[in-house]
Design a protein around this ligand. Structure first.
Ligand code: LLP
Length: 392
């Protein structure tokens, strides 16, 4: 879709006006610029970036990312099938998750995945057994829980001792020894992931220190890893997406360049989701009614928590814009809500918007990650559609 004129927020308004709401609007040029920036900041280093498919599994988005040669980070058989369909190379696929079922493991073995990120001893035993039955040797990394607090929302912190992910460092020797003793297991590396929407670099510096210590410990035991996988988590700017359309990839990769000591021949793997797709997506909705109650004014949209659950689930902030108000000098305060029968179906409280009326088009920004992929059919609502805009 070329030649459309962009409004002052950067939206191709002809597309926005013509598409039935609610829908996801993806700016493919921004996605490409982001992928190009990743390429630029990793060039010349043995770094392999894997796209965390869970952030957005839309086939068009996956195809675009696959053409940039990224690997895929998966957490289910469904994601594996979607990544295969989008032509990601199975050798560049990492498969994490605490509850991999037999069919999912077998599918991964069938395609000789680059790495199963193993989260427990029972899982390791089952992978060894299924690989044996299939005459395969499974590539694995052990997911380590480094007990680092990433200072992010409690639901998206994953690297602390109290949560279900990975294997604690105290048990790691035992699991490494067990993996090395198994005939159908090829232990390739160690995997870490400390959480999501991380904007400070300190947790990553701590992670590098932990990894360096573990590497020394295993080097002394003459155990060497081909791969160190530091997971994902790099955050984006939800409050000012127009001034920060691309996450601070330079600072992020520089942190690892500076702090991690890779061994000769070792690859450093990353699993970025949000930082790749978040800013390129917006949820577009129409105002159904403006309702004045005793104390508040509600702008009620035709999109709800079923389309974008992050505000309801995590109290996440997303910038909200009125794309069509003709009264931009007349600012008022609205609670922007959805139609779903839940009090948490709120996109934003006390939002300052230009005079907003029935029929106006609203953009909820920074919704490219964990938006469409977390949509549900609660209240028997239809799943949101998507449009893709590119001008180049
Ligand atoms: N690797 C692993 C093992 C993960 O669990 C995750 C995300 C990622 C990589 C990618 O993280 P990212 O770069 O996107 O931060 N639904 C939540 C986020 C959940 C993240 C789950 N794991 C949200 O909407 O904020």
């Amino acid at each position: 879709m070329g030649n459309s004129t962009l409004n002052h927020y950067g939206f191709a308004m002809d597309i926005v006006q013509q598409t039935p709401t609610p829908f996801y609007y993806y700016d493919i040029d921004l996605l490409r610029d982001t992928l190009q920036a990743i390429r630029q900041h990793t060039a010349g280093f043995p770094y392999r970036v894997h796209y965390a498919v869970k952030a957005n599994g839309n086939p068009r988005i996956l195809n675009e990312i696959a053409t940039y040669g990224l690997g895929a980070d998966l957490v289910s058989g469904g994601e594996m099938q979607a990544a295969l369909k989008a032509h990601f190379d199975p050798k560049g696929m990492n498969y994490s998750g605490v509850g991999k079922t037999d069919w999912e493991i077998k599918l991964g073995l069938e395609h000789d995945l680059g790495c199963f990120n193993v989260e427990s001893i029972p899982e390791l035993e089952v992978i060894n057994q299924l690989a044996g039955q299939m005459g395969k040797r499974a590539n694995i990394a052990i997911r380590v829980n480094p007990d680092i607090d990433a200072h992010t929302h409690k639901y998206i912190t994953t690297g602390t001792a109290d949560n279900k992910f990975g294997i604690g460092t105290e048990a790691l020797d035992q699991v490494v020894d067990l993996a090395l003793s198994m005939p159908n297991i090829n232990l390739r590396g160690l995997h870490f992931h400390i959480g999501s929407q991380i904007t400070l670099m300190e947790p990553y510096v701590m992670l590098c220190d932990t990894i360096n210590r573990l590497q020394e410990h295993y080097a002394q035991r003459d155990i060497h890893f081909e791969i160190i996988n530091v997971g994902g988590g790099l955050g984006v700017d939800y409050t000012d997406p127009d001034n920060h359309p691309i996450a601070d990839l330079k600072q992020y990769f520089d942190t690892f360049k500076q702090h991690i000591s890779l061994k000769p021949g070792q690859e450093l793997h990353f699993e970025l989701g949000r930082a790749i797709v978040c800013q390129c997506g917006s949820l577009i909705a129409r105002v159904v009614f403006v309702k004045q109650s005793r104390n508040r004014k509600f702008a009620i949209l035709d999109a709800g928590m079923t389309d974008l659950i992050r505000p309801a689930l995590y109290e996440a902030h997303h910038m909200i814009q009125n794309l069509t108000s003709s009264k931009i000098e007349h600012i008022d305060t609205y609670d922007v809500v959805g139609p779903v029968c839940e009090s948490s179906d709120v996109f934003g409280r006390d939002c300052h918007l230009p005079l907003t009326q029935r029929g106006d088009l609203i953009a909820i920004r920074s919704a490219g990650a964990y938006g469409e992929s977390m949509a549900s059919r609660y209240n028997m609502r239809a799943l949101p559609q998507a449009v893709f805009c590119t001008r180049r």
